[in-house]
Write a protein that binds this ligand. Structure first.
Ligand SMILES: [Zn+2]
Length: 163
């Protein structure tokens, strides 16, 4: 898997922080809750048991080109960009389902799967009520290094992959 998921924290402000974040109820079949996260700003929490392998939520957003992705990445303090393929990126800041608030963790309980150009977040294991949903953003080692503070025993120290 080579997808680079999620937000790129570069500062404290973002275009999106002004609006109250929310989860699109049509994007998920599970009861989820948005709340402050010890990992980073907002996070998403399970409010019921999510069995291993089940689809939790689709990552949605505006479909933008490589060139536009680069422009937004450089223009904003905080981004919600998910690389769909070698050309398209989804910008969760525009039309995001709420999945863009799922934080990075080096030992996550979710994984992403791209099916017919849809980005699906699924449960990597059984997720208990009250657990924060996390996914490995797998930032490329060649982009700006982002220090990881996920707190997992196996934290690799950066959100970027080592190789
Ligand atoms: Zn980590």
């Amino acid at each position: 898997m080579s997808a680079k998921a999620g937000r790129v924290p570069k500062g404290r402000t973002s275009e999106k922080s002004a609006a109250a974040p929310e989860i699109n109820p049509k994007a998920t079949k599970f009861k989820l809750r948005l709340a402050y996260s010890p990992i980073h700003r907002w996070g998403i929490y399970a409010e019921e048991l999510i069995p291993k392998g089940r689809k939790i939520i689709e990552y949605t957003g505006e479909r933008i080109s490589r060139k536009e992705t680069k422009r937004r990445f450089e223009a904003r303090e905080e981004n919600y960009l998910f690389t769909l393929n070698s050309y398209w990126t989804l910008d969760g800041a525009v039309g995001g389902s709420g999945a863009e608030y799922i934080n990075h963790c080096c030992e996550p309980n979710c994984f992403s799967q791209i099916v017919n150009e849809h980005i699906l977040y699924k449960a990597k294991r059984d997720i208990q009520p009250g657990e924060e949903l996390t996914i490995d953003y797998r930032f490329d080692k060649d982009v700006e290094t982002v220090i990881c503070k996920c707190g997992a025993a196996g934290c690799r120290g950066t959100i970027n992959l080592k190789e």
